[in-house]
Design a protein around this ligand. Structure first.
Ligand code: PRP
Length: 178
């Protein structure tokens, strides 16, 4: 199959505006709390970088790496931590940041795992929600955009490791090789 960038689903301007709104909401809700913002590697890196600057409150940042067993990383349902947090989250207000919630398995696994470490609070901020693909119910506290069931890349999301550095979200189109 050949792949090529298709239409822009969410423009850079739309992302900027929505991230500004999410940052304001986070700033309001976490004022005086000095939350620990935890990005899920690697897709959340771009969104997290913009979100924390839009929030304009004191935060600390950490990252957690996960991967799924099985052939499809987005559907196997068995998740393992490949790179753990570098700090304790006990008694901390933790805000998990994801680029996309698809089946919901990754984030639910992470939530269950982090809850065992006794954070003071644990919330989720996701840029994209592909609800059609959901296999498990997920509570998203801060959401950027709901999107239809297309394979999307850009603004952190990749295909084969590429496209993460696009400033917008685009549909990746596949077509049979000639
Ligand atoms: C993506 C995304 C989520 C997960 C969502 O990560 O960043 O972590 O898949 O899928 P789910 O809701 O079906 O569990 P991916 O495995 O593509 O890794 P990446 O962030 O390094 O690109």
């Amino acid at each position: 199959m050949d792949h090529r960038l298709g239409r822009v689903l969410i423009s850079q301007a739309e992302i900027t505006e929505r991230v500004r709104e999410l940052g304001s909401a986070v700033a309001q809700d976490y004022a005086g709390c000095e939350p620990l913002v935890v990005g899920v590697l690697k897709g959340a890196v771009v969104f997290l970088a913009d979100l924390i600057r839009a929030a304009e409150i004191p935060v600390t940042v950490d990252f957690i790496g996960v991967s799924s067993y099985g052939t499809s990383s987005r559907s196997s349902g068995v998740v393992k931590i490949t790179s753990d947090l570098s700090v304790s989250i006990e008694d901390r207000h933790v805000l998990l940041v994801e680029d996309i919630i698809d089946t919901g398995r990754t984030i639910n696994y992470l939530r269950r795992n982090l809850q065992t470490r006794h954070p003071r609070s644990l919330k989720l901020c996701a840029l994209l929600d592909k609800a059609e693909r959901r296999a498990e119910e997920v509570a998203i506290d801060y959401l950027g955009f709901s999107i239809p069931n297309h394979f999307v890349v850009g603004y952190g999301l990749d295909f084969g490791g590429l496209y993460r550095n696009l400033g917008y979200i685009a549909v990746l189109e596949t077509e049979p090789s000639a």
